[in-house]
Design a protein around this ligand. Structure first.
Ligand code: FAD
Length: 618
């Protein structure tokens, strides 16, 4: 108690405040409701909850907890209490605040509120506060330095967009080079793929404005620290461009494709207003390199005749934000002797269940409350992680001699399985959803980590070993599906028994069709057996996961980049070529929308520092 200097100021963070489902206004309400005030009053030991002024409390996090051991499912809140405001509005609370005990993870004191801002506000603040405050022009915009350094950002996924935003806000002249189409045309290309099996090699589920995450589930969960300033800055920037406020509070925030598209349009408009030159349908084919310095890029217009539109563009620096499906870029980098280091990733299959089944496994009787995403109860999801192999209780001699982690990945409740191939001879899949997650299916990848031992065993060597390894199974999946992007599929029960599904397959959300196949013919035996083993373990955690209605689809290979593009940890510059800045998932420094955006943001600041556009601390 004595450690807290001035109890009449600052903030108390109150965590794990449970509000029973029957009393809570539901998943979409993010304010301070009367039942939440009751939970707060209990912690403060304040006798009359209704006397607590809700204006003094701010919801920081809200999650749904339906664990079976609870008497009733509940929403669990974290709330910040502004002491000064509380005392002003209700002075009778003083005795109770004065008695508050510090309890790690439950009741914690913060001398000041942790106010995090969106990225644009952070940059504007830094311009206003720095010595010799940056000049404004007559229209009250910041004056840019002269001459402005010229930067190319290649790739308009989350990492490219955030790098671009930082650089242009700080005064660089930025050109955004994207091989795919803006979201409007990209939507039409994806429509043609799903309806008429026409795959545009540069405009598809992986390539185009917004990158791989545009036609996705838009999950914004990240393993890099949800409350960190960098993640908060990214999340608040997404809100600035149109994401709903609840992503800042929801324990499992997600957007869905329908919300991502307008958000990207707003992002694009902002960049355009600041003068970013946008070059869609423009593929970077090569780097222009002289004495280990990158001088620019060779590009071609992908909508024109091949070879007709190839030209050179020169820049002071090039940000490489191409994602992990740009295998042609990896090959080109290898030719320039850029340091590429193979890394572990994961491969497996995508499993799909009826969403109703997952709801009932997770919620039992409460499943009836889900009501296609419109009810109080969120559509059920799951996240499973197990270890198989040596040194584990579940060791089996068939699993090879390495310990592997097996886990569910990119789970899409109320979603659909989609084709993420970028080449018609290869077949790989992933999942997407819309914001309401209202489809009848739940899909997730079930994957196993693979490493250089696996690549070697498959005679895949060198820096691109992981890419070759992925490609093997993508080609095999295309053959097993019989062409035209038909996906090989097997019921879970038949996969566990190693037998071809002969009766008709359960329905699939995958629009281009599934064909019965024995998925044991895809991966090497140790991977297949690890998958079988992990599915059996998952069923112990979620009884009913193994079901005659669950269908496995092949293959899921692009879970993260199969290599790292070596870069200096402080400057973000390539260790092999000067003036080249690899970033995001394709460079091996991120996995997911938020972490890619954060990496792009830091890369933007590091490059701005090098170009003398920014003196601050990143
Ligand atoms: P990308 O988003 O891959 O962007 C790279 C961009 O570079 C692309 O637009 C590409 O067209 C462009 N490009 C490539 N080569 C060139 C070139 N030579 N010239 C010009 N441009 C080029 N993550 C989540 O966090 N949550 C999810 O729910 C989620 N769901 C997903 C669903 C699907 C279907 C897919 C495919 C991915 C999903 N992901 C999800 C992963 C997420 O999309 C990626 O982690 C993230 O987009 C990586 O961002 P990035 O900027 O590094 O690369």
């Amino acid at each position: 108690k004595s450690d807290i200097k001035n109890r009449k100021e600052g903030f108390w963070r109150l965590s794990k405040l449970g509000v029973p489902l029957s009393k809570d206004p539901g998943k979409d309400f993010v304010g301070v409701s009367p039942p939440l005030l009751e939970a707060i009053a209990k912690v403060l030991e304040f006798p009359v909850a209704s006397m607590l002024p809700h204006e003094a409390f701010f919801v920081v996090r809200k999650s749904f907890d339906a664990r079976k051991l609870l008497k009733e499912p509940e929403f669990v809140y974290t709330v910040d209490m502004d002491v000064k405001q509380l005392l002003e509005l209700e002075p009778r609370t003083w005795d109770f605040i004065d008695r508050l005990e510090y309890k790690v993870g439950l009741v914690e004191y913060m001398p000041s509120e942790t106010v995090s801002l969106d990225l644009i506000s952070i940059i504007h603040d830094s311009k206003d506060n720095k010595e010799g405050k940056q000049e404004m022009d007559s229209s009250n915009s910041y004056k840019f330095p002269h001459p402005r350094p010229k930067v190319a950002v290649v790739g308009s996924g989350p990492s490219g967009l955030f790098a671009c935003l930082v650089l242009v806000e700080l005064g660089a002249e930025v050109t955004l080079i994207e091989r795919g189409q803006p979201v409007e045309q990209r939507g039409r290309d994806i429509g043609a793929l799903v309806a008429r099996r026409i795959l545009q090699s540069d405009s598809n589920f992986c390539f185009g404005e917004g990158g791989a995450g545009t036609w996705s589930d838009g999950k914004l969960v990240t393993r890099i620290g949800r409350n960190s300033d960098s993640v908060q800055a990214v999340m608040k920037t997404l809100v600035r461009f149109g994401a709903p406020m609840d992503i800042l509070i929801d324990g499992k925030p997600h957007l869905g494709t329908d919300r991502l598209i307008p958000l990207l349009r707003n992002f694009r408009n902002h960049l355009e207003e600041l003068g970013v030159i946008l070059k869609f349908s423009t593929r970077m084919d090569d780097l222009i390199v002289e004495n280990k310095n990158v001088l620019g890029v060779k590009v071609s217009n992908v909508r024109q005749d091949p070879g007709s539109g190839s030209y050179n563009l020169f820049y002071d620096a090039v940000v490489l934000a191409v994602g992990h499906s740009a295998r042609d870029v990896y090959q080109m980098l290898l030719q320039h002797n850029v340091g590429l280091i193979p890394k572990d990733f994961a491969v497996g299959l995508r499993i799909e269940h009826p969403q109703e089944l997952i709801n009932s496994i997770q919620y039992s009787a409460l499943a009836a409350e889900v009501r296609e995403g419109r009810g109080k109860v969120p559509v059920a999801d799951y996240k499973l992680v197990k270890y198989v192999g040596e040194g584990n209780a579940d060791t089996s001699s068939d699993l090879g001699d390495q310990t592997r982690s097996c886990y569910s990945f990119c789970m899409c409740p109320g979603g659909q399985v989609v084709l993420t191939s970028t080449d018609p001879s290869e077949l790989c899949i992933n999942g997407m959803s819309f914001s309401r997650r209202a489809s009848r299916w739940a899909n997730a990848a079930v994957v196993i980590t693979v490493s250089s031992n696996d690549f070697d065993a498959f005679k895949c060597h060198g820096p691109l070993a992981g890419v070759e390894f992925q490609r093997e199974f993508e080609k095999q999946a295309a053959l097993m599906g019989g062409g035209s992007f038909v996906v090989p599929a097997q019921t879970v029960t038949d996969f566990l028994n190693n037998k071809l599904s002969v009766t008709s397959l359960p329905l699939s959300s995958y629009r281009l069709g599934v064909k019965a196949a024995n998925l044991h013919n895809l991966y090497p035996a140790p991977i297949t057996q690890a998958l079988q083993h992990s599915i059996s373990m998952f069923d112990k955690e979620l009884p009913g996961f193994i079901s005659k209605d669950a269908l496995l689809h092949g293959v899921e290979t692009r879970t993260s980049a199969p290599l790292k593009i070596s870069r200096h940890s402080d400057t973000y510059e390539s260790t092999s070529l000067n003036r080249l800045y690899p970033t995001g998932e394709g460079a091996g420094y991120a996995g997911g929308i938020v972490s890619a955006a954060v990496d792009g943001m830091y890369c933007g600041f590091a490059l701005a520092k090098k170009l003398n556009l920014f003196q601050g601390d990143t």
